[in-house]
Write a protein that binds this ligand. Structure first.
Ligand SMILES: *Cc1c(COP(=O)(O)O)cnc(C)c1O
Length: 398
């Protein structure tokens, strides 16, 4: 699944080119950098590979979401609809711009249930933020239709799904903006990094400025740049971008390795009549970084997790229902409003009501779900062996 598994010569070469000049910053120092612009090159690489007009690199996926929300004009008191199953970064970004995360149920796609989204819309709703979880797309046609009908923005959290597609287009490139993460465990890594993509030129101009203190980047002298709007510093460094450039050039290599091993694991798991698979709105768009599947009941899922632990084969298999970082059940800090900084009144009101909200529809899905990660380094034999062991463990709980 993660690109770091195949870190090698190409990555080292790009990093060394930056080390040779010592210009670790992505902007300025035009003479001293000897024509080396790793961040710019990576942005071009993202645009050409994903067929999107603009890409803005930033320091993380969280910074990408924050930057996207800010430049789309989402702020104090605005409601952003997002799923109960995601990484904490999704709501962190929403809170950081002063907006209100409105959590709604997921369905068997492990992404936003469009009907639950429709039911959560209020006059304060500004944006729908689907999260393409575990490498596969959300139901974008349905979500897009809702956004169009209610004049809402569509921001895709594609942090886990670089390379996944929906009806022929890359996820992240379909909404008003999309965010990717290049942290250490994502499909492509920079070490730390992220990107926002958009097809809208005005949005891009704002992304470019916001992520660098508001610099308009129009002149050759950085110190003389204008700052028509406030911004922050979410810049990526040239060293991080250099790693990402080498990795991004290998995206298709990573995806084809994933597809090969995914097919082996899925075929073996398919022979177990008691389990079913995650529904994927466009099966051919799966990036195949993992396989998600359901046991018939919570009890069976828990029994299996115990078994996998006992046999020391739990690694690479995720039971999200008990996970502290990806599912609402254990987001106690969010539900208890345990923040260092003060929240605004709308945020306080919404978060105080969160504990009493009914998420049983999500619980029914997540309490039975296991995600099995697919490694880039497995040989065919190793993939088979992993899947056979998992299959034997599953069969033992029935
Ligand atoms: C990883 C991730 C992020 C945040 O990315 P970072 O680069 O770690 O800040 C956001 N959303 C989801 C769904 C993620 O998996």
């Amino acid at each position: 699944m993660p690109g770091f598994e195949l870190f090698g010569e190409q990555e080292r070469k790009e990093v060394n080119e930056v080390l040779e000049t010592g210009i670790l910053m992505r902007y300025g120092f035009d003479g001293a950098r000897k024509g080396r612009w790793k961040a710019k090159e990576l942005e071009q690489e993202i645009c050409s590979q994903l067929s999107v007009n603009h890409a803005q690199l930033v320091s993380s996926g969280t910074a990408a979401l924050t930057t996207a929300l800010a430049v789309l004009g989402i702020g104090a008191g605005d409601e952003v609809i997002m799923p109960t199953f995601t990484f904490v970064a999704s709501f962190e970004a929403v809170l950081s711009v002063g907006a209100v995360p409105v959590l709604v149920d997921v369905d068997e796609t492990l992404t936003l249930n469009p009907e639950a989204v429709r039911a959560a819309i209020t006059p304060a709703t500004k944006c729908v933020m689907p999260v393409h979880m575990c490498g596969a797309p959300a139901d974008l046609d349905a979500l897009k239709a809702i956004c169009e009908q209610h004049s809402l923005l569509l921001l895709e959290d594609a942090c886990q799904s670089l390379g996944a597609k929906y009806k022929g287009k890359y996820v992240g490139t379909i909404g008003d903006a999309g965010a990717y993460s290049f942290d250490f465990v994502k499909t492509v890594t920079c070490g730390e990094g992220g990107a926002v993509v958009t097809n809208d030129a005005q949005t891009y101009t704002a992304l470019d400025a916001y992520s660098d203190h508001g610099h308009d980047h129009k002149g050759v002298d950085r110190g003389a740049d204008l700052h028509p709007f406030l911004g922050y510093n979410f810049r990526i460094s040239e060293l991080h971008a250099a790693v990402g450039l080498a990795q991004m050039r290998r995206l298709n290599e990573f995806l084809s390795l994933q597809k090969k091993n995914h097919a082996i694991v899925k075929e073996i798991l398919s022979t177990i009549p008691q389990i079913s698979f995650r529904k994927i709105p466009d099966e051919s768009g799966d990036s195949c970084g993992s396989v998600s599947w359901f046991l018939p009941s919570e009890e069976k899922a828990k029994a299996l997790v115990t078994k996998l632990k006992a046999e020391n084969i739990l690694a690479g298999n995720f039971y999200w229902y008990d996970n502290n970082w990806h599912y609402i059940r254990n987001w106690h800090h969010l539900k208890n409003l345990s923040t260092y900084n003060k929240l605004n009144p709308e945020q306080i009101d919404a978060l105080e009501r969160l504990s009493s909200r009914d998420f049983s529809a999500s619980d029914t899905i997540m309490s039975r779900c296991i995600t099995t990660n697919i490694s880039l380094t497995w040989t065919e034999e190793q993939a088979k062996e992993k899947a056979d062991k998992l299959k034997a463990a599953i069969e033992s709980v029935f």
